[in-house]
Design a protein around this ligand. Sequence first.
Ligand code: PMP
Length: 360
Amino acid sequence: MARVYNFSAGPAMLPEPVLAQARDEMLDWQGSGMCVAEMSHRGKEFMSIAAQAEADLRELLQIPANYKVLFLQGGASSQFAMIPMNLLREGGSADYINTGSWSKKAIAEARRYGTVNVVASTEADKFTRAPAQDELKLTAGAAYVHYTPNETIEGVEFPYVPETNGVPLVADMSSTLLSRPIDVSRFGLIYAGAQKNIGPAGLTIVIVREDLIGQTLPGTPTMFDYKIHADNESMYNTPPTYAWYQAGLVFKWLKDMGGLEAMAAVNARKAKKLYDTIDASSFYQNPVDPPARSWMNVPFTLANAELDDTFIKEAKAQGLTTLKGHRSVGGMRASIYNAMPEAGVDALVAFMQDFERRQG
Ligand code: PMP
């Protein structure tokens, strides 16, 4: 068996010890005689798995007691609608920061529910930077401020947490949650699809300050009401049990790795190796303003786009897969989430340098 270094933006690699444990427990989870996927979500076995996963996530992120953690379905894309439905209030407005493709989707969806003010946009700069705090023209009385700390497609990351003067800050952390410590108390709501740093696709994590929920817009479907999920401990209906279980294994793995401080150090080092390689070369290029370069998603182009296919083919032959850039940006993109070993980045760097020597 030869596992590849998979640089996909998501679904992404999972830690090998997590997959191995899931394999070992596949037919019989801890003497239950069942696979976790076969368990009742209301049975004591799954309830213990669910509670442990939440406790470990709370510990890793130091989530304060006045925040609810919800284990939902529907992906981050459903959150683009659930957030205004739950936080906008009738006749209210919300501020959105536009830093890339995912911000734009969130903005378009929110506009279906009320007034959206785009309070800063880097579109004129082709989404190659993060706006500075003093560029944010925040609206007094906005229901919330939404931003995307890490734009997965453009590879742009905020190097700071915006100050919103008491207005709840809502963050799409799909491609950055768990990559480093954060101060959850700075946020009103954090959400993330699981398939990058958390676990398999099908699970969506929402961390929300409890005083913000319970005042949905009229007509909000029951399943889109955070309060319903919070009051039912994410078991109002059948939750994504197997993905929840594997996310729990990932949380345990993160604790074994030394927690989020330790992950941050590794992630910073992995990203630096790639950006240093790109910057040291006249063959590879990354357009993003250095302070806003993503630790998680590293897009780059080759000096000659006609070599793209050869690059991808040769990389794949060496076990370095899914490097093709997003269709809207072109070139390459290396996504290097928590589960990408540093050895995978080292192998990519060596391949890039060798390819440049031969083709550059
Ligand atoms: N936001 C960001 C920042 C993302 O990277 C993605 C997925 N690539 C999404 C939202 C959409 O997530 P999902 O596919 O889980 O709906």
